[in-house]
Ligand binder design. Structure first.
Ligand code: CA
Length: 224
């Protein structure tokens, strides 16, 4: 598995590179945003670990540009700032997840495993349907009314989880455990942010609306 690390602090990038190589990952490192973007677009990485504050081009900008050209690559943002706004900005620019520096290496490994698992799952010829919404597990594609919809890896996993549990109320805790595959404190508003991303993509321009909020309980995917 090939990972790109874009991080300008040599101590942090060499710590990540060394640790990941010990786990048998293949690792490239870029020390500024511009070069990181160049490597990301020229090579096929399974995952990109991207710092937010970088010389030459910011991590958020790099993330947006990579995402525009490679919608399915997994992107994990590193942020030293830790404020909710920065996390949401990172997710809004197309990142699949974020990790606040300083972090424990085991936590980085857990995030990487969760983000890359989807790509290595055994092929599954299943197509899930709800109204005119279709999710193809083999091709990793989603469409509504036969209109293709581009989802990031995390949005796809979230929609997959909702479709597997259609007409059943799922709580934020269920989603954190099953989609984020973590019990780390990811912050429940991240789930709301992702539900909003999904709503914009699969519900906003279509009818009937499929994602419903049950205040104090969670979410349910159903036709009303
Ligand atoms: Ca930095």
């Amino acid at each position: 598995m090939k990972i790109l690390v874009v991080e300008d602090e040599p101590k942090v990038s060499s710590f990540i590179k060394k640790g990941l190589e010990e786990q048998a990952y293949e690792v490239d490192v870029a020390y500024d945003g511009f070069y990181g973007k160049k490597l990301a677009l020229e090579n096929d990485y399974d995952l990109i670990i991207l710092d937010v504050i970088l010389p030459r081009q910011s991590g958020l900008e790099v993330c947006r540009q990579i995402r525009a050209q490679k919608p399915s690559v997994s992107i994990l943002m590193l942020t030293a700032l830790g404020s909710t706004d920065d996390k949401i900005l990172g997710l809004d620019s197309g990142a699949d997840d974020y990790l606040v520096k300083p972090f424990v290496f085991q936590e980085l490994l857990a995030r990487i495993r969760a983000l890359t698992r989807r790509a290595y799952e055994a092929p599954n010829n299943e197509i899930l349907k709800m109204a005119d919404l279709e999710l193809n597990l083999t091709k990793k594609t989603v469409s509504r009314s036969n209109t293709p919809i581009n989802l990031t890896a995390r949005e796809f996993s979230l929609l997959h989880y909702l479709m597997r549990n259609k007409e059943r109320v799922v709580s934020r805790v269920d989603i954190i455990e099953q989609v984020w595959e973590t019990s780390f404190d990811t912050g429940s508003n991240v789930i709301d942010v992702y539900i909003n991303f999904l709503r914009k993509k699969i519900d906003k321009d279509f009818s009937p609306k499929l994602i419903h909020t049950l205040v104090g309980m969670g979410y349910v995917l159903k036709e009303v």
